[in-house]
Design a protein around this ligand. Structure first.
Ligand code: NBY
Length: 808
């Protein structure tokens, strides 16, 4: 442990001094807001100091640096994380109590930084933490959005979006680095000129924007290493303030130039599956790529000079999905246009440096840009992409009888569009999926042609999550219990959780697990009461589905199950059910009508069920508004059933499945994404699997013999009734009926096979809740899950990236 304070007294003295320096007041006279900022400042100063020591060491040792380009880093709150990693959480918590406040009271003052949408953004944040833990010189490169992901409120059952002004007060962890700002050019014309007998290219004119970096320290567990997340803000590169306009009283015009530049880093696009054609989005993508590449090369030159051949030895650039796909072309541009390298030399460097992760198989999510948008905005980059595309085409094995098909599928420019996934693959030496099944689907379906051409590029890296945040921090009572048996080694090495298997027959331990879960459920029940007013029973089963709302994730299937149980409780006096609280949380993209209707349906069912005294002693439905990292931690730790019910083949990996598994929740899921690996590791007897498998889904879709009306007709009493209740008055009291959902199921033939999987799902749920009756057996299952979740620590994932992709 790197002790940043000698002892508690030392901490208190320094903390008091910081409060005085920041506010001019004594600690006792300050409110929680000032107290939080002073505490954060105190910790951040220490972190920055270690970061600059690390910087020097890396410079001296020539350690390879890994740059992770991601438009999203869903980091959430950091204070607790810093304290845990510096090994001072308990000491600080005691000290604060002595001083008359609590850590919890200060913690909640921190903005919950939501610079990401969902799994992809949170994965990037977990990677920051784990890469630091693994001792990698790892740098996040992203955007500093002024507004993060929207805040969600529920009004009459509907999702309403509000701006997330997270920078309203200062953000204590960041430091602005204006001296490292980078100029980025949009538009202009690409012109050639002769230099030393060679044709060179430059951009004339265009709009010049300044990208200003802000650095956020990333502290490794143990506190010895501190890495950096660098996020970029767009600013006008010179004072674009129009004084004449101002003096005329035209204030909007006076600030127009400034506003246009700053717009680039104003908002995070809130869609988690494609937001095509928006020029501002393309500007964001280029800005953080160009600024990041420039700053990488600046560091390289300082340390290694301009022998660019050495770049791949000292630098790895990883692109998180296709949003940073311009890394390859931009690196080409700088190496050729600014450093004077020839195409072949530059290309060799680029393809040895860049690697790429795909996160989705949904065709609508594969990013494409109209050439008519792209070319005028980035004329030189377009030229380079055109040349990459041409050379790639030329390299084609023309003896292949299927080359036409191949040619079309692998084209970078096609049908008037730039295809970012194909560009990413061609520019990268490694292409990976995020779970075994997902990678298999990439190889055999989505990128089949590329896999045939370059099989050696393709590999799998099953996702992981940081167990220090999602188990240690999120679930203090369970962590304490674990540590009491196996020591603290698991915090460093999650595989040590395996030692817990020694306790599967230890009744006292299993009962202590139940008690810890109960404590967490009470904590969540209090939160639910505060945020929704709904009173839930902590002795009921907590059944949880928390994730973005998407048709393929099938929250609709889950709420159909609830509707069915409700109907049966009303109709059938012999039907019994284990008392259950059905918990939902998550956001829908602002423009995703269907997903938002499913949210409205869940809230409408909740409204009816919770107020129906005939059933509300047995079932309750809760939609927790504004799902984000901070309340996620409360939810995961209190969960008993983990709903992972996507249509097989659609969920690339999932990561809430892993967080819930660690916390001892039992997966109720399809054989999709990482659920398959979870089932294998935990043991089939310790999860509950239902529904069609991926090959079955593919075969059924292909056969053309799926008809949702057949499902409806085959079970008018239960399934058909749920469908009908979408459009009768049963659940329409809050805000009307659900015609569009019914249309999707019946007129559009139920694309996600909700009706098809309904029966096996409800049956699986009934069997699982039946098993809940045996407390010891249930907690034994839970224990097998926690004990085998070490594999899903992002520490393991990062080691695999390091060894097999980055070679760092
Ligand atoms: O990435 C998710 C996958 O759905 C999930 O299965 C996987 O576990 C996780 C981490 O690998 N994908 C995801 O979260 N995607 C996005 O958030 C996203 C965001 C923006 C855009 C596309 C996807 N976009 O096109 O703008």
């Amino acid at each position: 442990m790197n002790q940043i304070f000698k002892d508690k007294q030392d901490f208190i003295t320094q903390y008091r001094a910081m409060v005085r320096a920041n506010t001019g007041k004594e600690f006792e006279l300050c409110g929680s807001h000032d107290r939080f900022y002073a505490l954060a400042e105190l910790i951040a100063t220490r972190a920055r100091r270690i970061a600059s020591e690390n910087e020097l060491e890396i410079e001296n040792t020539g350690q390879k640096r890994v740059y992770y380009f991601s438009l999203e880093f869903l980091i959430g709150r950091l204070l607790d994380n810093y304290l845990l990693n510096f090994g001072i959480r308990d000491m600080v918590s005691d000290a604060l109590k002595e001083m008359g406040t609590t850590l919890e009271e200060l913690e909640i003052r921190e903005p919950d930084a939501a610079l990401g949408n969902g799994g992809l953004g949170r994965l990037a944040a977990c990677f920051l933490a784990s890469a630091a833990h693994e001792g990698i010189a790892f740098y996040g490169n992203g955007m500093r959005y002024e507004y993060g992901l929207f805040k969600q409120e529920i009004v009459d059952g509907r999702q309403v979006e509000l701006a997330d002004n997270w920078l309203k007060h200062d953000y204590p962890w960041e430091s602005r680095r204006p001296e490292s700002a980078v100029e980025v050019v949009f538009g202009g014309t690409s012109v050639s000129y002769e230099k030393d007998g060679r044709t060179m290219w430059r951009i004339d004119g265009g709009q010049k924007i300044l990208a200003v970096p802000y650095d956020i320290p990333v502290v490794a567990y143990g506190g010895k290493l501190v890495n950096k997340l660098r996020v970029w803000k767009a600013e006008p590169n010179e004072d674009l303030f129009d004084l004449d306009a101002f003096n005329r009283g035209d204030y909007a015009q006076a600030n127009a130039g400034r506003a246009e530049a700053e717009a680039i880093s104003t908002i995070l696009y809130p869609a988690d599956a494609g937001e095509h054609g928006k020029i501002l989005r393309l500007k964001q993508e280029y800005l953080f790529v160009a600024a990041g590449i420039n700053s990488i090369l600046r560091t390289f030159r300082k340390e290694h000079g301009s022998d660019w051949k050495l770049l791949p030895e000292y630098v790895a650039i990883h692109t998180n999905d296709t949003h940073p796909a311009m890394c390859g072309p931009e690196l080409m541009r700088v190496l050729m246009d600014e450093e004077g390298l020839e195409w072949d030399e530059a290309w060799d460097i680029v393809t040895k440096t860049v690697s790429f992760t795909n996160h989705t198989v949904l065709p609508e999510a594969l990013e494409k840009w109209p050439i008519t948008t792209f070319k005028p905005l980035l004329p030189r980059l377009y030229q380079i992409i055109d040349e990459i595309a041409r050379r790639f085409r030329e390299s084609f094995p023309s003896d292949n009888p299927e080359w036409r098909e191949m040619f079309q599928k692998t084209a970078i420019l096609w049908d008037g569009e730039v295809r970012m996934a194909n560009l990413s693959i061609v520019c990268s030496h490694s292409v990976n999926g995020v779970a075994e099944l997902h990678t298999k689907i990439l190889k055999e379906q989505v990128f089949k042609e590329f896999y045939e051409l370059t099989p050696e590029k393709f590999n799998n890296k099953t996702n992981g999550v940081t167990h220090r945040r999602f188990l240690a921090e999120a679930n203090p009572s369970y962590s304490k219990l674990i540590t009491s048996k196996i020591g603290t080694g698991w915090l460093d090495d999650a595989m040590e959780l395996k030692k817990l298997e020694d306790y599967v027959d230890d009744e006292d331990f299993l009962l202590a697990m139940a008690a810890s879960k109960r404590e967490n459920k009470e904590r969540l029940a209090r939160y639910i009461k505060e945020t929704t007013g709904i009173v839930v029973d902590p002795s009921s089963v907590f059944d949880v589905q928390v994730k973005r709302f998407h048709a393929y994730k099938r929250q609709l299937l889950n709420i159909f199950k609830v509707m069915d149980i409700y109907n049966r409780l009303l109709d059938d006096p012999d039907f019994t059910v284990r008392p259950t609280t059905f918990i939902f949380s998550g956001k829908a993209a602002q423009s995703y009508y269907f997903a938002k209707e499913v949210i409205r349906l869940i809230n409408s069912v909740a409204d009816v069920v919770n107020s129906d005294e005939r059933v509300n002693d047995r079932i309750k439905v809760v939609f927790i508004p504004n799902f984000r990292v901070s309340n996620a931690q409360l939810i995961y730790s209190a969960a008993e059933i983990s709903e992972q019910i996507s249509t097989a083949g659609q969920e690339a990996s999932g990561t809430s499945n892993m967080k819930l598994m660690m916390n001892g929740a039992i997966t109720l899921g399809t054989l999709d994404g990482a659920n398959i690996e979870i089932a294998d590791l935990a043991g089939r007897e310790n999860v509950k699997i239902f529904g069609l498998t991926e090959p079955e889904v593919v075969a059924l879709q292909k056969s053309g013999h799926y008809f949702s009306w057949d499902e409806y007709n085959a079970d008018r009493d239960r399934l058909g009734r749920c469908v009908d209740e979408l459009t009768d008055s049963t659940f329409s009291r809050l805000s009307g009926t659900f015609d569009s959902i019914r249309r999707e199921l019946m007129d559009n033939n139920d694309h996600d096979l909700v009706l098809k999987d309904f029966h096996s799902y409800v049956q699986a749920w009934e069997e699982l809740t039946e098993a809940y009756g045996d407390t010891l057996a249930w907690n034994r299952m839970a224990l097998h899950n926690t004990a085998n979740s070490g594999h899903f620590s992002s520490d393991r994932t990062i080691r695999e990236y390091r060894d097999e992709i980055w070679h760092a």
